[in-house]
Design a protein around this ligand. Structure first.
Ligand code: FES
Ligand code: FES
Length: 385
């Protein structure tokens, strides 16, 4: 039994909410020995003898005494479903990062998804409490900060929060950089990581149909800038033969990520099969991704083609929390479906105007869509892509 179920069903502490039960949404976050912990991916039995604090246990907590009114003042909640987990993460930010600015607060909140309020009020409430503590320091809050800075000895297996997740070690010769071009040049696909990603099940197979002959589709898909223009949020920075450098923008809950990277296309014209190998990193969150996208064309008829897409991906860093669930697969499936629609549009002669904004994919918005499709599926209706 996981800790979230134990708290709710056995102890009747129903203030802890369960959303995804995959460690993605952060709704179930509680403190275990003072550390924010996903209760849905923590075994209850692993917490025996540990100190677990839920939203019901904060009445005497000095940080919560400032956070709760700040959340009210800044209208930081609507339905309140995410609020217990949000407050737990907010408390951790206030204690651990006294000088956090807005960007840092948003980064730290990236593991908590709110579907109805928007994040501005939540971010403002946390910044407000940080400022209060700088202007009029509260001794109990300072004491809690001192306690937190002492070495922590307890470990609870594979439970991490975005704030605890560290970017992988890099060689001194290639330090992290915010320069997208340099970041793109650093990007290399590691075959070992790809093999591990495949073994872990980070693979997606999907297809879409295009109402045009296979030859025409194949020709179009060799034009990398044209293909990139069909991918939501993608922009090309440079293009040379089969190599391309660019950026793909994705919105993950409260945080925007822009993965700058490089990719290489290997084409087999006879089999009408190609592999796009690419890697990139987001300079703000220091998350890194790499993947192989294989696509293969199947002529369904003289004027219709099926494009099969197989993707293997690895994600590291704070955003890796999204790779733990089926959410990322649903997310990629929808991206590929949008990609197919754009290709059909482009093959039909429609162009993307230079001033047309690139679409951005919102995971939070998509979660609702994914859930809705699943509910439709339970009642026998085909999912809408
Ligand atoms: S319910 Fe635990 S992270 Fe979503
Ligand atoms: S206030 Fe409704 S989910 Fe956040």
């Amino acid at each position: 039994m996981h800790l979230g179920d134990f708290l709710r069903d056995e102890l009747r502490l129903t203030g802890t909410h369960l959303g995804c039960e995959h460690g993605v949404c952060g709704a179930c976050t509680v403190l275990v020995n003072g550390q924010p912990t996903r209760s849905c991916i923590t075994f209850a039995v692993a917490c025996e003898g540990q100190e677990v604090t839920t939203i019901e246990g904060y009445d005497d907590d000095a940080v919560m005494q400032r956070l709760r009114p700040a959340f009210t003042r800044h209208h930081a909640l609507q339905c309140g479903f995410c609020t217990p987990g949000m407050l737990t993460t907010a408390r951790d930010i206030v204690l651990r990062l006294p000088h956090a600015d807005e960007a840092r607060v948003r980064l730290e909140l990236s593991g908590n998804l709110c579907r109805c309020t928007g994040y501005q009020g939540i971010v403002d409430a946390i910044l407000d409490v940080l400022q209060q503590q700088r202007d009029t320091p509260d001794a109990p809050v300072e004491n809690l900060r001192q306690t937190l800075s002492l070495p922590r000895t307890m470990a609870l297996g594979p439970v991490t929060t975005p704030s605890q997740a560290q970017p992988p070690a890099r060689s001194p010769a290639k330090p992290p950089t915010a320069d997208p071009v340099t970041a793109a040049e650093m990007a290399e696909v590691d075959p070992v990581a790809m093999a591990k990603a495949k073994a872990k099940g980070n693979a997606i197979e999907v297809h879409f149909d295009v109402p045009y002959p296979a030859d025409q589709v194949w020709e179009f898909m060799g034009d990398l800038p044209a293909v990139a223009s069909c991918l939501p949020g993608a922009t090309i920075d440079s293009h040379e033969g089969e190599r391309v450098k660019g950026t793909i923008a994705i919105k993950f809950g409260p945080m925007s990520a822009a993965f700058a990277g490089a990719a290489r296309l290997e084409r087999d014209d006879v089999a009408r099969r190609a592999v796009l190998r690419g890697a990139g990193q987001d300079s703000l969150s220091k998350s890194r991704t790499q993947g192989d996208i294989t696509y293969r064309l199947e002529a369904l008829s003289a004027g219709s083609t099926r494009v099969h897409v197989d993707m293997i991906y690895a994600l590291q860093g704070p955003l890796a929390q999204f790779s733990r669930s089926g959410l990322v697969k649903d997310f990629v499936r929808r991206m590929v479906a949008d990609f197919g629609k754009q290709i059909t549009r482009r093959l039909g002669g429609q162009t993307v105007a230079s001033n047309e904004p690139q679409p951005t994919v919102s995971v939070a918005g998509m979660m609702w869509s994914v859930l809705w499709n699943r509910i439709r599926g339970w009642f026998g209706k085909p999912p809408q892509l």
